[in-house]
Design a protein around this ligand. Structure first.
Ligand code: B16
Ligand code: MG
Length: 206
């Protein structure tokens, strides 16, 4: 019996990956190399600084910590410009309906995202009020596949791990949910999300 539902943000509720991509690509361009959509796959679910490390590895470039912080900041300012335009129409199919249904059933709803912009995005999508707890990149120190983000969300809902279900699109996120002792619904391809208890293509399927 599911008492709590914990949702990842990017790839589950909204496709912000395309805006991350535009912002990272523009940084790569400034640095003089090409960053493709295929490269971008490697950044999904990964923290901002780790994403930058992967990007610089692709460009075979090295920088000091201070330079990297400045670049990550520059990328984020551009990203925030893109997501300032977000609205309800960008909710992935079935999200609004499924959240409504869970609320009617009295299921606790939490967000478990790596993004430091999560609250801003929920506000833009006009669904912030549907969440009983929002755990994001500002609230946790260890990135997925560490279970911290989902454990914190479950704790804030006042529930036990076995009562919670995690909804995740990234391999590391599915691993984090399993490591937290929760049931995991993978959103994407079964070949990739092998560890998930069930794999669907989107919340519209539920
Ligand atoms: P920010 P999720 C993740 O969101 C994205 O998938 C990942 O590409 C991004 O680098 C990360 O958030 C951090 O985002 O730069 O906004 O703090 O899938 O965990 O909801
Ligand atoms: Mg994700």
């Amino acid at each position: 019996q599911m008492k709590g539902a914990i949702f990842d943000l990017d790839g589950v509720i909204v496709d912000t990956a395309k805006y991350h991509f535009l912002a990272w690509r523009s940084l790569a361009e400034e640095l003089g190399f090409e960053f493709t959509e295929e490269h971008n796959e490697r950044l999904k679910g990964v923290s901002r600084m780790t994403s930058l490390d992967i990007l610089l590895e692709i460009g075979s470039l090295e920088f000091t910590e201070a330079e990297k912080l400045e670049m990550a900041d520059r990328k984020n300012r551009l990203y925030v410009e893109y997501i300032s335009q977000l609205d309800q129409s960008e909710l992935l199919p079935g999200v609004k309906e499924y959240l409504n249904r869970l609320r009617e059933r009295g299921v606790g709803i939490a967000l478990g995202s790596a993004s430091k912009n999560a609250q801003f995005i929920l506000d833009k999508l006009n669904i912030a009020g549907m969440f009983d707890a929002v755990i994001d990149g500002n609230k946790v120190s260890r990135a997925k596949p560490d279970p911290e983000v989902f454990q914190t969300a479950c704790h804030e809902l006042g529930l036990q791990p076995r009562e919670c279900v995690v909804f995740e699109d990234a391999e590391a996120g599915v691993a984090a949910g399993k490591a937290a002792g929760m049931q995991v619904v993978g959103i994407g391809r079964p070949e990739v999300l092998r560890e998930a208890d069930l794999v669907i293509t989107g919340l519209h399927e539920l």
